[in-house]
Design a binder for this molecule. Sequence first.
Ligand code: KIV
Ligand code: ZN
Length: 388
Amino acid sequence: MENKVDIFDTTLRDGEQVPGCRLNTQQKVMIAKSLEELGVDIIEAGFPISSPGDFESVTEISKNVTNPIVCGLTRAVEKDIDCAVEALKFAKRPRIHTGLGTSDQHVFTKLKITREQVIERGVAAVKYAKKFIEDVEFYAEDAGRTDNEYLAKVIEAVINAGATVVNIPDTTGYCIPEEYGQKIKYLMENVPNIHKATISTHCHNDLGMATANSLSGVQNGARQVECTINGIGERAGNTSLEEVVMAIRKHKWLDFTTNIDATQIYPISVLVSETMNMPVQANKAIVGRNAFAHSSGIHQDGFLKNRDNYEIIAPEEVGVEKSSIVLTARSGRAALNHRIAVLGVELTKEELDIVYGKFLELADKLQVIGDKELKILLSTHLEKTLDF
Ligand code: KIV
Ligand code: ZN
């Protein structure tokens, strides 16, 4: 089995469903071009029937990107598919993403039809989409809570109808990694025609498990991961692209690869955050403000001796300029001395002891000591002329 994992970015579709994050066509085209540079394999450009704006964005993105597949979402409804086909007409490599709910919850309380009717509708939608576009992905919405035996029947039927990719969404972020991985394994072992399609993961983050679930899916046979930049998306968000890609890169023994140029990760994270007006939490893995900042004395000392003591990723690897040592009341002498040396001042051990005591007094009052405060501290408490 091939070990290349396709990265399907849905920042512009599932990600953009976040309240207050609506983008105009021009902004979406700009992000789509950056996604192409990043090296994603598939861009889900929007849900064309949902609004004239989304239709226009899918059309313009189709015109403006060359290498990635451009995908449009639909319900399992002919008019949605017609609309997506029209919006994708300029795409060099178009894909229709169609489907419906398969969990009892969705079948009986949302769709209000029978399980057999779900299969019929899914099959009909895939066959209809296939008349216009060869590449058709089917999603079994709420697959995370769908009984595996029934899910296998749905998946077998839609592959027979021509689905090239079968998406197994954990729509409500319900699963834990072992459970989600077992689901993918079950499909690999119990769907006779599964080798004719690629299995895709699409995990939401309601329990904070989206990245772990996606990786578990890949370890059990999935070869496409649906994700968003900064993990944005409905409620607690989607699987974060940067986390999946870096977890794969950092665990070479897993032997999976992606096409992603990791050095583009931080620049596109900033672009998405700024364009969508959606701040990234400071401790967000890989792209948060503190992801490469060291603030406690023990960590700073270890980091200064050898950065590998406290960093598993070099910041440059993901396009972050450099790591930082943040001086706080938890910092030690090593970090303080390092920062003072960066300012061009060499201290004796006795001088450092004096400055360190004064530094702690000030740091207890302030959150962070910057270069400005440090310079004042040095000029006030040392009996020598400093030339900053
Ligand atoms: O979470 C989900 O199930 C989805 C589908 C529409 C693919 O976003
Ligand atoms: Zn989703």
